[in-house]
Write a protein that binds this ligand. Structure first.
Ligand code: NAP
Length: 251
């Protein structure tokens, strides 16, 4: 996809590492001007920013912002507009998990996951829609999870948030389709990143047995699908959620 995003402005939330970082790198390689966002570990975003600036001068910026905070989200989008005057692609990627059986889960742990994984879509999509409606163009890609389709014991908060991402995607896609703005989602299975590094060898082995391709995915493999859904090659697809999971969930 050489230069397929030449001069387009792309914001990926939660992009200091993992899937978000892989998306930023691929968009930058494809010619986009990219906005890196992170919150708790801005030093990771700084490392990425420096690497990108060496390869693609003037094509990247970093904004520290909490995607659950309305004022910070407003500031985030205002800063992008001030610097580059437009927004072509928004990838809602920031996400956390706080796993616990329901009977032991305090309300705060439920709420925290819903806020980062789902409320952030409400806040970021609202800002992006305003900009994209004025431009009469744009793409939004939301990162869901296969768990949002199947549920998972110990992840009622996470699974509910990701099921919400899928339904939110379908709803906003219907609202924006008449204006030619596409809204889609990607549902990763188990991907090697900080989020899945805590599994011990036994747990990993059990999980591998559930994956027909017999391995965890790589962040770059999710990024490739995000780029496709964001590109001009994908013009007649909206409201869809595409699993990227080595065949784990076939629906
Ligand atoms: P990760 O490596 O833990 O990265 C999460 C990113 O989100 C980090 O850049 C983090 O930055 C950022 N973030 C967290 N809270 C934030 C907040 N309030 N505001 C702004 N940024 C915030 O996770 P990942 O594995 O790449 O996952 C990325 C997305 O894919 C998530 O939505 C996740 O649910 C989804 N997913 C992952 C998997 C998997 O197997 N890895 C599977 C299915 C779905 P800071 O630390 O600087 O805050």
């Amino acid at each position: 996809m050489a230069q397929a995003f030449h001069n387009q402005v792309v914001l990926v939330t939660g992009s200091s590492r993992g899937i978000g970082r892989a998306c930023i790198e691929r968009f930058a390689e494809a010619g986009a001007r990219v906005v890196i966002n992170a919150l708790h570990h801005p030093e990771e975003a700084d490392v990425l920013l420096q690497q990108l600036q060496e390869r693609f001068p003037e094509q990247s910026m970093k904004i520290v912002a909490d995607v659950t905070d309305e004022n910070q989200v407003q500031q985030l989008f205002d800063t992008v507009l001030e610097r580059w005057g437009r927004l072509d692609v928004l990838v809602n990627n920031a996400g956390i998990h706080r796993d616990q059986l329901l009977m032991r889960m305090p309300l705060e742990r439920f709420q925290e996951v819903i806020d980062v994984n789902l409320k952030s879509l409400f806040l970021c999509c609202k800002q992006a829609s305003r900009i994209m409606l004025k431009q009469k163009s744009g793409k939004i890609v939301n990162i869901a999870s296969v768990v949002g389709r199947t549920g998972n014991a110990g992840q009622s908060n996470y699974a509910a948030s990701k099921a919400g991402v899928i339904a939110f995607t379908q709803s906003l896609a219907q609202e924006l389709a008449p204006r030619q703005i596409a809204v889609n989602a990607v549902a990763p299975g188990f991907i090697d990143s900080d989020m899945t590094r805590h599994f011990n060898a036994d747990q990993r082995e059990k999980l591998l047995q559930k994956i027909p391709q017999g391995r965890f995915g790589r962040c770059e493999e999710v990024a490739e699908v995000v780029l496709f859904l964001s590109s001009d090659r994908c013009r007649y697809v909206t409201g869809q959620t595409l699993n990227v999971d080595g065949g784990m969930v076939m629906m």
